[in-house]
Ligand binder design. Structure first.
Ligand SMILES: Cc1cc2nc3c(=O)[nH]c(=O)nc-3n(C[C@H](O)[C@H](O)[C@H](O)COP(=O)(O)OP(=O)(O)OC[C@H]3O[C@@H](n4cnc5c(N)ncnc54)[C@H](O)[C@@H]3O)c2cc1C
Length: 434
């Protein structure tokens, strides 16, 4: 058997404009594409009907077919990454190098350190590339080299630094002849990886240009199709960030700003990994959360008696997605009205969101709770009624998800009165911060 190089797919599930795949194909004669269903991650998912696993399974199957049309295939493993590489070393007598794209989450950094160490012992080199962001790590920092913790100056610097170099696509297709040629490999069923097939409803990965063009006018109205719904594709890399930024630059600056928020939170997580378990501002960890489990359950189930909150939670529970405006409302309600620790809400979203992304989820929860880097001030307590008046004036969104909201026999009373809850939240926050 000829020596091979491995290309390891992770959160970059596409063949086009893929940085590490391009470098692998360009530098090797025979590139074996690999995907690992990582049992370290999958074993922690309680719900065996997880929509994300079905989405990944389907996406991997399509990638495998694409590769088979090119005379290659995709080698799929179901184990820990270390066990997977041990198996690959047994199956392929000579592996020269492993190529992959950077992943900035704490678990991924530990995993890659362990894999690199293992490969080094076997004399196999490990090459990792920037792919899921335009700018990473220390690329956008203050003049003194420290990270930005406020979005506006970060985004200003981001825009100043951007040029054609950072947006250039990686033309992988020029080198597809370097793919390892083989008969199709085995593909495990979803049951074999311990899950059940689950239905999901995910927008197409082709950006809707009309939506992006009008984004600044429509983005805050949850009842209409006014946002791009590309978050899941960005999360799993089924679209390229470079392609999307090129579109945003032509179509809509407000949309570009949202893509920059994504990178802002990624670099916050990279520079300040303590945010995974603690408040960005440590003094906020002194807040005396009420953490009432019964109230938390009502919030999760969409039975708070606040129609806009309940509509959002029901959308999340049913579709694994929630409109951004409503995510802010429900997060503010949980942390301020109910004084429940933002980590509880963050964990619930992590379980349910198809687009769950540690950096954005953590950053946004801390923003809403007021504990984060560039956060909403603690005394800003969203009034769900005013939010409804502004963003769901004719109640179309509420009507869709909470059709019984006007029926006093079917719909509960508000679980807590707004003015009372607002005053209580401000007092508890003030007590912690004095
Ligand atoms: C409490 C809370 C939790 C969140 N958790 C996540 C999460 O786990 N994963 C996630 O991708 N987004 C998260 N967001 C951000 C935002 O709500 C979603 O990215 C957005 O709703 C996805 O829908 P879209 O693709 O139509 O977004 P669009 O409005 O079309 O925006 C385009 C893209 O920009 C990025 N983006 C938009 N808003 C934000 C933001 N505030 N922060 C970071 N990136 C943003 C996303 O990648 C999004 O796909 C969260 C927001 C809140 C308030």
């Amino acid at each position: 058997m000829h020596p091979v190089s491995i290309f390891w797919f992770r959160r970059d599930l596409r063949l086009n404009d893929n940085a590490a795949l391009y470098h692998a194909l360009k530098n090797s004669k025979s590139v074996l594409p690999v995907f690992i269903f990582d049992t370290e991650i999958l074993n922690d998912l309680e719900d065996k009907n997880d929509k994300r696993v079905s989405f990944i399974h389907d996406t991997i199957k399509s990638l495998k077919i694409e590769l088979e049309n090119l005379g290659s295939s995709l080698y799929v493993l179901n184990s820990t990454p270390i066990e997977a590489f041990k198996k690959l070393c047994e199956e392929f007598s000579e592996i020269k190098a492993v190529y992959t794209n950077h992943d900035y989450e704490p678990y991924a950094i530990g995993r890659d350190t362990e894999v690199t160490r293992f490969l080094k012992e076997k004399n196999i080199s490990f090459h990792s590339f920037k792919d899921q962001v335009i700018f990473e790590k220390e690329e956008i920092v203050k003049p003194d080299g420290s990270p930005y913790i406020v979005y506006t100056p970060y985004s200003k610097k981001w825009k100043e630094k951007l040029d054609d170099f950072y947006l250039k696509s990686y033309p992988t297709e020029k080198y597809f002849t370097s793919l390892f040629q083989t008969n199709p490999f085995y593909f495990p069923t979803i049951e074999e990886i311990g899950f059940k097939k689950s239905n999901y409803d995910i927008a197409d990965k082709t950006p809707d240009l009309a939506v992006i063009k009008n984004y600044h006018k429509t983005r805050d109205i949850p009842a209409i199709n006014g946002t791009s719904k590309l978050s899941v594709h960005l999360r799993f890399g089924t679209i390229s960030i470079r392609e999307l930024v090129k579109i945003a630059l032509v179509q809509n600056e407000k949309y570009l700003n949202e893509l920059i928020w994504r990178e802002f939170y990624m670099q916050i997580l990279w520079h300040f990994p303590h945010v995974v378990n603690q408040s960005f501002r440590k003094e906020y960890d002194l807040i005396e959360w009420r953490n009432n489990e019964g109230e938390f359950e009502k919030w999760c189930d969409g039975k708070t008696g606040y129609p806009i909150v309940d509509a959002g939670m029901r959308e999340l529970n049913q579709n694994g997605w929630m409109h951004n405006r409503v995510r802010m409302i429900v997060a503010s309600f949980l942390t301020k009205h109910l004084l429940i620790d933002w980590r509880w809400g963050e964990a619930y979203f992590a379980k349910k969101l198809l687009d769950f992304e540690l950096s954005s989820n953590n950053g946004s929860w801390q923003w809403c709770a007021g504990t984060g880097c560039d956060a909403s001030p603690y005394f800003r307590v969203f009034n769900p009624y005013i939010q409804t008046e502004k963003f769901d004036k004719d109640r179309a969104y509420i009507q869709k998800w909470v059709p019984e909201y006007q029926d006093p026999f079917a719909y509960p009373e508000p679980m807590v009165e707004h003015s009372f809850a607002r005053k209580r939240a401000i007092e508890i926050y003030q007590k912690a911060l004095k």
